[in-house]
Design a protein around this ligand. Structure first.
Ligand code: GLU
Length: 442
């Protein structure tokens, strides 16, 4: 238990909070990086020390171990996480990552980013994140179903449709959410069971999901770009784009931009990288990846990862995992804008190099907030037993993204900071005001 005193009496610096709370001193630690960036923005607006302290650590960190029977009869013990970072603005909200390298510090960072994201786009949610240390590619569908259901039952008592609402993230999808919701509902039988549908978002459309949720994060990346492109004198038509990671976010952003007349000239994923100066057909590539599990074998010149980063483009969209753009990659990047489709893809050192090179970075808490925004729409539709048409979903999503982008640009002008700091400022200011009026219990 931390014995930190929550007081505004003394106002030590950002670093003091990092030291006081005993964060890892390793500069490569994602949580230390994320908190430091957040606290630096908090300094700009003189956010009260008590709020900084609260936001520097998640409210709850839940770790579970659960056994699951494999198809051949033997059992594997899995490790799962749910981190509930902050719920000052509403229920905890954030995805479930299914990946072999999931660690507590990563989940904590991603949960903090969810708090910032929800605040920035003004959806009434707090931030959370979870995950299971598992490689979905190494398991059959029936094994993944049992893993998902058993994980749901392991964390069922600490989540809920009004309290903490998971969603898909890297390695999970709408089918997993359907199994999750079904398990939750079947375990809470009774007249109110259907309420449990809202315990997760990102469900299939056939089972309470929202139209437009699947493409929402990619759509949000595009909506944000369209709003910000004039700032750097670019337009979508004819714009050269490269995409790192071709999962849900990367493939949807590429498909939407392709349809709007942009040229996707390079793509990289875990199976390789390709370049085609005449433009890659993003729809055909998405279909290829769906069938084969990666871009390997798709038409285009096979290039190295270094050549991918060196490809001259207007916009590079990192849409894979965290910490992929370090100093090394940043030094190679030849782009005008980096639009962060993934969460935390750029390290602070990478960020510094991009800034020195005059490359504009659209930060993740803005660029990829479209997913959680449509998750909120899904939750509202479930709560009110209504379904929105796709036009309404797209219109409302665009409104949230454009307003968040404008808030960020405004904060940049006001505080003379980069877009990342500005986005944090816009998010923190909103949370700070909520704490001012709520006060701190007791
Ligand atoms: N996992 C997504 C994210 O990182 C979506 C979260 C949600 O919809 O709750 O933003």
């Amino acid at each position: 238990m931390s014995t930190t005193t929550v007081t505004d009496a003394a106002k030590p610096t950002t670093n003091t909070i990092v030291e006081e709370l005993g964060f890892p001193s390793d500069p490569n630690n994602l949580y230390t990086q994320t908190v430091t960036t957040m606290l630096e923005a908090a300094e700009c607006i003189n956010l009260r020390r008590r709020v900084k302290l609260i936001l520097a650590q998640p409210k709850n960190e839940i770790m579970v171990h659960f056994p699951v029977r494999m198809d051949d009869g033997h059992h594997i013990l899995f490790k799962g996480y749910r981190v509930q970072h902050n719920n000052a603005l509403g229920p905890y909200k954030g995805g479930l990552r299914f990946h072999p390298n999931v660690h507590l510090d990563d989940v904590k960072s991603l949960a903090l980013l969810m708090t910032m994201k929800c605040s920035l786009v003004r959806v009434p949610f707090g931030g959370g994140k979870g995950g299971i240390k598992v490689d979905p590619r190494a398991h059959s569908v029936t094994e993944m179903e049992r893993i998902t259901r058993r994980f749901c039952s392991a964390i069922m008592d600490v989540i809920g449709p009004e309290y903490d609402i998971p969603a898909p993230d890297v390695g999970s999808n709408a089918q997993y959410m359907a199994w999750f919701a079904d398990t939750y509902m079947m375990s809470n039988v009774g007249k109110d069971a259907h309420n449990g549908l809202r315990v997760v978002t990102g469900k299939p459309v056939e089972f309470g999901g929202s139209l437009g949720r699947e493409k929402a994060t990619g759509q949000g990346v595009v909506d944000t770009l369209v709003e910000l492109l004039p700032e750097v004198g670019l337009k979508v038509e004819g714009m050269r784009v490269s995409v790192l990671g071709f999962g849900n976010v990367g493939s949807w952003a590429a498909r939407i931009l392709h349809d709007m007349g942009a040229k996707v000239v390079a793509v990289a994923d875990h199976t390789g990288a390709i370049r085609n100066d005449a433009g890659i057909d993003a729809h055909a590539l998405a279909e290829h990846c769906q069938i084969t599990g990666g871009l390997k074998g798709f038409a285009g010149d096979a290039i190295t990862t270094d050549e991918f980063y060196q490809t001259a483009v207007d916009v590079l969209i990192p849409a894979a995992l965290e910490q992929m753009i370090t100093e090394r990659e940043a030094a190679m990047i030849d782009a005008k804008i980096v639009a962060e489709g993934a969460n935390a893809p750029t390290t602070p050192a990478g960020d510094r190099i991009l800034s020195e090179k005059g490359i504009e970075v659209v930060p993740a808490i803005l660029a990829n907030a479209g997913g959680v925004t449509v998750s909120y729409f899904e939750w509202v539709q479930n709560k009110t037993s209504t379904y929105w048409d796709i036009e309404k979903v797209d219109r409302e999503l665009n409104r949230h993204m454009v307003m968040a982008a404008r808030r960020t640009v405004l904060a940049r002008q006001q505080y003379k900071v980069d877009l990342r700091t500005a986005a944090y400022i816009a998010a923190l200011d909103h949370i700070g005001k909520a704490y001012s009026v709520r006060g701190i219990f007791p």
